[in-house]
Design a protein around this ligand. Structure first.
Ligand code: SAH
Ligand code: SF4
Length: 402
C-alpha cells in the first residue's frame, strides 16, 4: 500500500486548482516507485540511497531506458546492470503499474480498463483502435470536481488527483497489453493520447504536465506532442500555462454558444465566461492553422442544437479569429441523465452549417457504448453504488464478521 496523502483532494464541488506537494513518498514496504519520477528526480532517488553522483547519473540513464523504452518492471532483466547492483535496486525501488480490476472489450474493438490506485480508488482508461491510429483516452483524476450536467464522471462524489506515476502508468499498461515494447518510432498501435478520461486535467496541472513530459521524452516512450491532446472544460487561468509548459494540442469543451446555456450545462462557466474561454483560446501559444484548436460540442436535444446555435458558433469562432475544428459529439446517455441526444438529422444540419462556413465539423462516432466506454460515460462501478447501498454492505459485512 502506498501512503499517498500528497495527492488527495477530497473537496467535491471545489473548483480551484489545488496545489500538490511533490516529494519522494515511499510505499508502505519502504520502497520508492521509480515510475513517474522526472529524470532529475530519478537521479536524486539514487543519490539519496547513497550512490555517488557519477554512478547515480549513469544508473539513472540506464534505468530510464529500461523503464520507458523497454517496458521492463523487473530489475533482474536489466542486463547492463551488474548482478550485484540488481538486488540492491530491488530492495530500495519498484517500478509500478496500476492495478487492473477489470478489462473489457467492446464489439467495436474499443477496450476499457478499470484500474485501482494503491489507496483503493478506482479510475478508468480507454483504448480506441482505428484504421490509421490508436488512441488512448487517459484519466487525470479519480472522478471530477466539476459537475457538467451531461457527464457521468461529474456525478462521482469522490475526487482525487492522479499522480504522475498513475498517469504515465496508464500508458505503460496499455503498451504492455498491446505488446508494444521496446518502443518503436514506426508501426505502433498506440499512436495518440487524449487527456479526455476522468477528470479535469488542468485541475491537476503539475501531475499532468510531469506525466506527459515523461510520455514525450525521446529517450523513452517518445510520443510527439503533436499526437497528444489535452481537453479542458475551460480553466481559463491555466490555459496559457498549459500551452507554454506542456505545449500539446488543445481541445476545449465549449458545448454552448451563450453564457446562459453554458452556465447550466458546464457550470465552470459561471466562473470563467464564454468570452474569456474564447480569448484564452485565441491566446493559446502554438495554435495556428496547422495546429488547430478542437472545440468539443455535445449535441443535446432542444438545448444547444438549433440552426441559430450553429450560426452563432461560426460567428464566435470567426470573431475571435480562431484556428478551429469542431467535434460534434452525440450525447452518450447514462441512467438518470437529464438530457437526450439530438436526432441524427439535427446533428447533420448543425454540422452542415459549420462546415459550409469553412470550419471542419465532423460528427464523432460513439465508440465502446456497450461497455460504457464512450465520452462522458466513465464512472467506476464501485462509485455507482449509492451511499445507502454502501452503508448496507458495510453493515452486512460487519454482521457476517459477527
Ligand atoms: N474534463 C475534460 C476532459 C474529459 S471529458 C473536459 O471536460 O474537457 C471529454 C469530452 O467528453 C468532453 O468534451 C466532455 O464534455 C464530453 N462529454 C462528457 N459527458 C458526455 C456525454 N455524456 N456524452 C458525450 N460527451 C460527453
Ligand atoms: Fe469533469 Fe469534463 Fe465531465 Fe465536466 S465533462 S464533469 S469537466 S470530466
Amino acid at each position: 500500500m502506498q501512503t499517498a496523502p500528497a495527492f488527495s483532494m477530497p473537496i467535491p464541488g471545489h473548483i480551484d486548482p489545488v496545489p500538490v506537494p511533490r516529494a519522494l513518498v515511499p510505499r508502505s514496504d519502504g520502497r520508492i516507485d521509480l515510475l513517474g519520477l522526472s529524470k532529475p528526480d530519478l537521479r536524486m532517488a539514487l543519490e539519496t540511497s547513497q550512490l555517488d553522483p557519477k554512478q547515480a547519473k549513469l544508473r539513472a540513464k540506464q534505468l530510464w531506458h529500461w523503464i520507458y523504452n523497454r517496458g521492463v518492471t523487473d530489475f533482474s532483466l536489466m542486463t547492463d546492470i551488474s548482478k550485484t547492483m540488481q538486488p540492491w535496486l530491488e530492495q530500495r525501488f519498484t517500478i509500478s503499474r496500476p492495478q487492473v480490476v477489470e478489462a473489457q472489450v467492446s464489439t467495436d474493438g474499443t477496450r476499457k480498463w478499470l484500474l485501482r490506485t494503491d489507496d483503493g480508488n478506482d479510475y478508468e482508461m480507454v483504448f480506441i483502435p482505428d484504421a490509421d491510429r490508436g488512441t488512448l483516452c487517459v484519466s487525470s483524476q479519480v472522478g471530477c470536481t466539476l459537475n457538467c450536467r451531461f457527464c457521468h464522471t461529474g456525478t462521482m462524489r469522490l475526487v482525487r488527483n492522479l499522480s504522475p506515476s498513475e498517469i504515465v502508468g496508464q500508458v505503460m499498461l496499455a503498451r504492455d497489453a498491446l505488446g508494444e515494447w521496446p518502443s518503436q518510432p514506426e508501426g505502433r498501435m498506440l499512436t495518440n493520447i487524449v487527456m479526455m478520461g476522468m477528470g479535469e486535467p488542468l485541475y491537476n496541472f503539475d501531475n499532468v504536465r510531469d506525466g506527459l513530459k515523461i510520455v514525450m521524452d525521446g529517450d523513452g516512450i517518445g510520443l510527439s506532442r503533436r499526437r497528444i491532446t489535452l481537453s479542458t472544460s475551460g480553466v481559463v487561468p491555466l490555459m496559457a500555462r498549459a500551452g507554454e509548459e506542456i505545449s500539446v494540442n488543445l481541445a476545449v469543451s465549449l458545448h454552448a454558444v451563450t453564457n446562459e446555456i453554458r452556465d447550466e450545462i458546464v457550470p465552470i462557466n459561471r466562473k470563467y465566461k464564454l468570452e474569456e474561454v474564447l480569448q484564452a483560446c485565441a491566446d493559446y501559444p502554438g495554435a495556428n492553422n496547422a495546429r488547430r484548436i478542437t472545440f468539443e460540442y455535445v449535441m443535446l436535444k432542444d438545448k444547444n442544437d438549433s440552426d441559430a446555435d450553429a450560426r452563432e458558433l461560426v460567428r464566435l469562432l470567426k470573431l475571435y479569429d480562431l484556428p478551429a475544428k469542431v467535434n460534434l459529439i452525440p450525447f452518450n446517455p447514462w441512467p438518470g441523465a437529464p438530457y437526450e441526444c439530438s436526432t441524427p438529422e439535427r446533428i447533420k444540419a448543425f454540422s452542415n452549417i459549420v462546415f459550409d462556413a469553412g470550419i471542419s465539423a465532423p460528427v464523432r462516432t460513439p465508440r465502446g457504448r456497450d461497455i460504457d466506454a464512450a465520452c462522458g460515460q466513465l464512472k467506476t462501478a464501485s462509485e455507482k453504488k449509492t451511499r445507502a447501498e454502501l452503508d448496507r454492505l458495510a453493515e452486512e459485512k460487519q454482521a457476517a464478521l459477527g
